[in-house]
Design a protein around this ligand. Structure first.
Ligand code: AP5
Length: 215
């Protein structure tokens, strides 16, 4: 199954993509994670992306489109994939459609997870991520067992640079302007499924499983 996850920053796309990936045994592809890794390594891609990400702006379409074009052609994507954070503009969605159609494939469902801005700020201000394996925690809603280190691999937890309140507000503005039109885009294609994200991560996942079972 080829899935797209849509929704505002911090609504839980990464959290749910991880669960879906395990449940369906398909790769979780996050453009945010790929770009952050490139920034960390100081690669040419990272150098180009860094200043957009720090301000909460979108990295130019042509850069992220070329990342995804390559990634979805890898072997592990043959059975499907869950895209988290891509597409984020109509141009990206159209490019995705085009590249998939070249291989006789298409998006099967776009899950749109919703929550309001204040809930998002609460979630992002408490988010911590494992430096080693990328597992996502929250200092109130999903604390690791010892409160400090990743319970999967023992890695150190860190707070993302772009999770400062002002940057989060800008990311939300950018989301409303550039990404929200995708709701209409996928709705017109009858691929959109709305998910209420203002519930616990387990409840959200149960709803997603229910939707996927009908596909
Ligand atoms: P990206 O990494 O994609 O960030 P984002 O879309 O803003 O989403 P987040 O990763 O912040 O949040 P999420 O929805 O995954 O939530 P999470 O599960 O972590 O992108 C970062 C930047 O990269 C962009 O600003 C842009 O510059 C660039 N970029 C990336 N893709 C791009 C593209 N396609 N085009 C252009 N630029 C691109 O959850 C958040 C917190 O809440 C966690 O602590 C979690 O534990 C907690 N939580 C999750 N679910 C629940 C729940 N149900 N209840 C309580 N807490 C919860």
């Amino acid at each position: 199954m080829n899935l797209v996850l849509l929704g505002p920053p911090g609504v839980g796309k990464g959290t749910q993509a991880g669960k879906i990936s395990q449940y369906l045994n398909i790769p979780h592809i996050s453009t945010g994670d790929i770009l952050r890794e490139a920034v960390k390594r100081g690669t040419p891609l990272g150098l180009k992306a860094r200043h957009y990400m720090e301000k909460g702006e979108l990295v130019p379409d042509e850069i992220v489109i070329s990342i995804i074009k390559e990634r979805i052609q890898e072997n592990d994507c043959q059975k499907g994939f869950v895209l988290d954070g891509f597409p984020r503009t109509v141009v990206q969605a159209e490019a995705l459609e085009k590249v998939l159609s070249e291989f006789g494939r298409a998006i099967n469902v776009a899950l749109y997870i919703e929550a309001d801005e204040e809930e998002i700020i609460r979630r992002l201000s408490g988010r911590r991520t494992c430096k080693e394996c990328g597992q996502i925690y929250h200092m109130i809603f999903n604390l690791p067992k010892d409160g400090k280190r990743c319970e999967l691999c023992g890695g150190e937890l860190f707070q993302r640079e772009d999770d400062k309140v002002e940057t989060v507000r800008n990311r939300f503005r950018v989301y409303l302007e550039k990404t929200l039109p995708l709701v209409n885009f996928y709705n017109k294609k009858k691929l959109l499924k709305k998910i209420d994200g203002a519930r616990s991560a387990e409840e959200v996942f149960n709803e997603i499983k229910r939707v996927l079972s009908q596909k």
